[in-house]
Design a protein around this ligand. Structure first.
Ligand code: ASP
Length: 306
């Protein structure tokens, strides 16, 4: 693995070994004994063209806990605002001998384009509506820690599937690991060829959640909607927002997940989001750091500058 651009195309053993490595980082993080020499002398650049809280911070933490020099580039303070193209930015970063480049961009495919132009190992931190591979890995790690394995689990991914790179990465990963994926949402927020992704499609929460082991809620991505695809936030919550009543359709021990940021009262009710035993949303954030450490570790062993 030279870059991490997508989950699509990754196979079960590769995913499983990344999750195993991440698992070891969970323990090291909890005991404060992370190997700070692992990435000593390496440079990691966080290049974010879109907003981020969890992903950027956790890549920064992950890099620092492994001893890398971490630089955060935010587009609002960079020359991109002065008209520099993505490829000029790539050439500039390349000249700085960066080892690991973490990229988030509004256009699907931007990290893949950069990967062709730089020597650094490129990690896709979310590109448009395409993929968000480290999110799917951290989701899988969270589920695996609670259920032991992903095999044969029923995972319902609910809400704005159309605009969700999280959903796409999860569909590929869960499929590769033998889970059964359901996509639940209104027809206007479902990709045209949803079934072709190997998932079952449902348009009502009661049947989509029936017997589910995991309920993964997605944010309503209003910023990616050119026109109104839902009547109103209130109406959306009534039919597709996860509350205790809808959750009761899933298995009694079903896990509740959300990649964040959450729109409380739109796609998820606070009582469910903060539920002490069912919600694993905070744990997802913790797993995010461990997964990103595992990814940086693996890529730093194979990169051109390794
Ligand atoms: N944080 C996730 C992403 O960047 C999910 C979201 O924004 O809704 O895709």
């Amino acid at each position: 693995m030279r870059h991490l651009l997508a989950i699509e195309g990754m196979h079960r053993p590769q995913i499983a070994s990344l999750l195993d490595l991440a698992e070891s980082y969970v323990l090291l993080n909890r005991t404060g004994k992370t190997p700070r020499d692992r990435l000593r002398g390496r440079t990691l650049i966080n290049l974010f063209f879109e907003d981020s809280t969890r992903t950027r911070t956790s890549f920064e933490l992950a890099g620092k806990r492994l001893g890398a020099d971490v630089i955060n580039m935010t587009v609002s303070t960079s020359s991109v605002n002065k008209g520099e193209t993505l490829l000029d930015t790539a050439a500039t970063l390349n000249a700085m001998n960066c080892d690991l480049l973490v990229v988030r961009h509004a256009s699907s495919g931007a990290p893949a384009l950069l990967a062709q132009k730089v020597d650094a190992a490129v990690i896709n931190a979310g590109d448009g509506t395409h993929e968000h591979p480290t999110q799917a890995l951290l989701d899988a790690l969270t589920i695996r820690r609670h259920r032991g394995s992903l095999e044969n689990l029923i995972v319902a991914i609910c809400g704005d599937v159309l605009h969700s790179r999280v959903a796409r990465s999860n569909i590929h990963l869960l499929g590769a690991m033998g889970a059964r994926v359901r996509l639940v949402g209104p027809p206007t927020l479902m990709p045209a060829a949803a079934e072709r992704l190997g998932a079952e499609v449902f348009h009502d929460m009661a049947s989509g959640l029936a017997g589910a082991d995991v309920v993964m809620m997605l944010r309503l991505q209003l910023e990616r909607m050119a026109r109104g695809l839902v009547p109103s936030a209130r109406e959306y919550f009534r039919f597709y927002g996860l509350d205790a009543q809808k959750l009761a359709c899933a298995r009694p021990d079903a896990l509740v997940m959300h990649p964040g940021p959450m729109n409380r009262g739109v796609e998820i009710d606070s009582a469910v989001a903060d539920h002490p035993t069912r919600s694993v949303i905070r744990e997802q954030v913790e797993m995010g750091v461990a997964v990103r450490m595992a990814v940086l570790d693996v890529l730093s062993r194979v990169g051109a500058n390794a």
